[in-house]
Write a protein that binds this ligand. Sequence first.
Ligand code: OAD
Length: 252
Amino acid sequence: MDERIINALRAATRVVVFTGAGVSAESGIPTFRDKQTGLWEQFDASELATPDAFERDPPLVWGWYEWRRGLVLGAQPNAGHRAIAAMADHVPYFTLITQNVDDLHERAGSSDVLHLHGELSRPYCEACRRHYVYPEGIPDVLPGGTRLQPPRCTACGARIRPGVVWFGERVPELPWVAAREAAKHCEVFLCCGTSALVQPAASLADIAIAAGATTVQVNPNPTDLDTSVTVAIRGPSGIVLPQLVSEAWGYP
Ligand code: OAD
């Protein structure tokens, strides 16, 4: 492992880890843009991930997100998620920012995760914005393509919508402000498993680079960040991140 990263990690008081779909790939959750397996390779984002799509065909969109929620419920965090959770124990000010809508970071032991694109498990009412509480019990895993009527809000009767951020919507203000501040002030910024194409989230890496942080990318494939980060590590996060933690602090 590159000594610059290990030394920077050991010395740092402020570290940011910024994750994308790639960190959950080894848990069996499909990414969006990987060739063949990516969700946007098989599905049309404009039919599923926009406010217009939900207006046009609520059961199609609700069913698609329930299918994905089922996939996540049946998945387990992987060694990459666990290494990120372990890292937090060694760094005084540690911030985990994710674009992922699954809860695998939390289930691996991370807390205070900044979810820039919402959470699959937290749908809310379109009208009064109260969070929807799913009925008790383990839901059926839906076959892909199942159409399902969205439930109604128990408080006001309006339609419940998926708890994710769609194309054309703003990222939620509170996690976004916290994420930007953390990127601006960190000494080490690790960008893991993201194509870094979707704005504004992708600009966090640029903020950290401009602020002079040691920036590291972990990705088995090339991205546009390859040439601007301090070190680009080519490999899957489930292998690379445990190695990083182990070399920096020793792994339990
Ligand atoms: P993408 O699908 O765009 O990128 C996933 C990245 O993970 C790619 O660069 C892969 O090379 C990499 N990857 C694949 N397997 C990996 C592994 N085992 N370890 C590490 N990296 C791996 O996903 P995101 O960058 O997360 O937004 O996409 C950003 C946003 O676009 C998503 O949050 C979603 C999507 O549309 C919304 O839905 C609003």
